[in-house]
Design a protein around this ligand. Structure first.
Ligand code: HEM
Length: 132
């Protein structure tokens, strides 16, 4: 087995992807349904959901910074800047960053449509990434 710096960079890229995309899946499949069942923002669930959501918001923004930095390095190393797949992927990433910032800094809370759009966009990024 031979492990070099580029393997470590891809590993960091995949870990950041796991935080960003995996975290959204945990919210969608586990946390949000229980939150709604316990009354949502009107109920006591708001007390545990707000700190969890805020922490995940910052973790997501951190993960996006890591994805941008590691991704750009790998794209240069693999000479992928002229690839259509990377163009499509970066377009989807731009949408994810704008929607995530609106979710964290503008609506400050549970907007189901926005959350669904960020998740669908994130899953599309991963799908396109497999063609790189
Ligand atoms: C939300 C943002 C992102 C997600 C979820 C994501 C996800 C992924 C995934 C899952 C892979 C592995 C694909 C595979 O091995 O089949 C990958 C690889 C890659 N990503 Fe990203 N990525 C993101 C952002 C970026 C950005 C912003 C760039 C470039 C500026 C980028 C450039 C790359 C490159 C070049 C590879 C190929 C690495 C290789 O084949 O060794 N990614 N990405």
């Amino acid at each position: 087995m031979h492990l070099d710096g580029w393997d470590v960079l891809l590993w960091l890229h995949l870990l950041a992807m796991a935080v960003f995309v995996g975290g959204q899946l945990v919210f969608g499949l586990a946390l949000a349904p229980v939150y709604v069942k316990q009354g949502g923002s009107e109920g006591s669930a708001h007390e545990w959901m707000q700190p969890i959501a805020r922490r995940f918001g910052w973790a997501s923004l951190g993960a996006l910074v890591v994805l941008l930095a590691t991704g750009a390095s790998m794209a240069s190393h693999l000479d992928l800047w002229s690839s259509t797949a990377l163009d499509v992927k970066l377009g989807l990433v731009a949408v994810a960053i704008v929607l995530t910032c609106i979710h964290v800094f503008v609506v400050h809370g549970s907007n189901r449509l926005l959350q669904a759009l960020i998740l669908v966009d994130s899953l599309a990024i991963v799908l396109v990434a497999t063609t790189l």
